[in-house]
Design a protein around this ligand. Structure first.
Ligand code: TZP
Ligand code: MG
Length: 218
C-alpha cells in the first residue's frame, strides 16, 4: 500500500500502537475491539519486558496483520525492518536511535516511513531523510515507555507547524481521552495511543471515545 500524503494524514487520526506486553487480554482480541471502535492505523510494536522474539514474534505479527487487512487498516512495524519486508507490511516506524532513515528508505521503497522526532531540528532532519509522517512526543508523561525524552507537551507540535512544516504529524505519549484535543489543536493530524486503548477494560469504547474527541477538535 502506497498512501498519498492526504491519505496518510487521514489514517493518522487514531493510530493504535501495540504489542503483546501492552495488552491485558489476547492481542488479537484487543486489536479487533480497537478496530470496531474506529482506529485508523495500527503499529505492531513488540517491545519491552517479556516481548516475543523469533518465530513467535513473526507469527503474532502475521496474525495481527491479517486482522488489519480484513478491515483495510494499514499495518506498520516498529523498528524491525526485516520483519516488515518479510511479511510485506505497509510501512515501518523508526526512532532517532534506530537504523539510518536513508538506508531504511532504500530497503523499503515506497512503503510508509514514520520517524519519531522530539523537536524542530529532528523534525527537519527526518523530513530531509524522507519521512512520510512524524511521531512527535512524548506529549504527556507515560509509563508505557521507560526511556522517554523530556515531556514538552503539544507545544512542540505548535513550534513545528509555526515553521511552515506541513508533513503529517501524530502526537504520542500519555494521551488520554481528555488530552487528545490539545494535541490536535496544536496542529497534529492525529493521536498515537498505546495504553489508553490496550489497557482499557473496553478497548472498543476507548477507541470510539478517543476518535470522537479527535474529530471534534479539528
Ligand atoms: N513513544 C513516545 S511515548 C510512547 C512511545 C512509543 C509510549 C506511548 O504509550 P502511551 O501508553 O499511549 O502513553
Ligand atoms: Mg525504535
Amino acid at each position: 500500500m502506497n498512501l498519498s500524503e492526504k491519505r496518510i494524514k487521514e489514517s493518522l487520526k487514531l493510530y493504535f500502537v501495540m504489542g503483546s506486553v501492552n495488552c491485558l487480554k489476547d492481542p488479537a482480541t484487543v486489536l479487533q475491539e480497537a478496530i470496531a471502535g474506529g482506529i485508523t492505523l495500527f503499529q505492531f510494536r513488540e517491545k519491552g519486558n517479556g516481548a516475543k522474539t523469533g518465530y513467535e514474534k513473526i507469527s503474532l505479527a502475521k496474525k495481527l496483520q491479517a486482522i488489519c487487512k480484513q478491515h483495510d487498516i494499514p499495518f506498520i512495524v516498529n523498528d524491525d525492518i526485516d520483519l516488515a519486508l518479510q511479511i510485506d507490511a505497509d510501512g515501518v516506524h523508526i526512532g532517532q536511535e534506530d537504523e539510518d532513515p536513508l538506508k531504511v528508505r532504500k530497503k523499503i521503497g515506497s512503503k510508509i516511513l514514520g520517524i519519531s522526532a522530539h523537536n524542530l531540528e529532528e523534525a527537519q532532519k527526518a523530513i530531509e531523510h524522507g519521512a512520510d509522517y512524524l511521531g512527535v512526543g512524548p506529549m504527556y508523561f507515560t509509563s508505557t515507555k521507560t526511556d522517554i525524552r523530556e515531556v514538552k507537551g503539544p507545544e512542540v507540535i505548535k513550534i513545528i507547524r509555526m515553521n511552515d512544516i506541513q508533513i503529517p504529524i501524530v502526537g504520542i505519549g500519555g494521551i488520554k481521552q481528555n488530552l487528545a484535543r490539545n494535541v490536535i489543536k496544536a496542529g497534529a493530524d492525529g493521536v498515537a495511543i498505546i495504553s489508553a486503548i490496550s489497557q482499557s477494560p473496553d478497548p472498543k469504547l476507548a477507541a470510539k471515545q478517543l476518535l470522537n474527541e479527535v474529530e471534534m477538535a479539528f
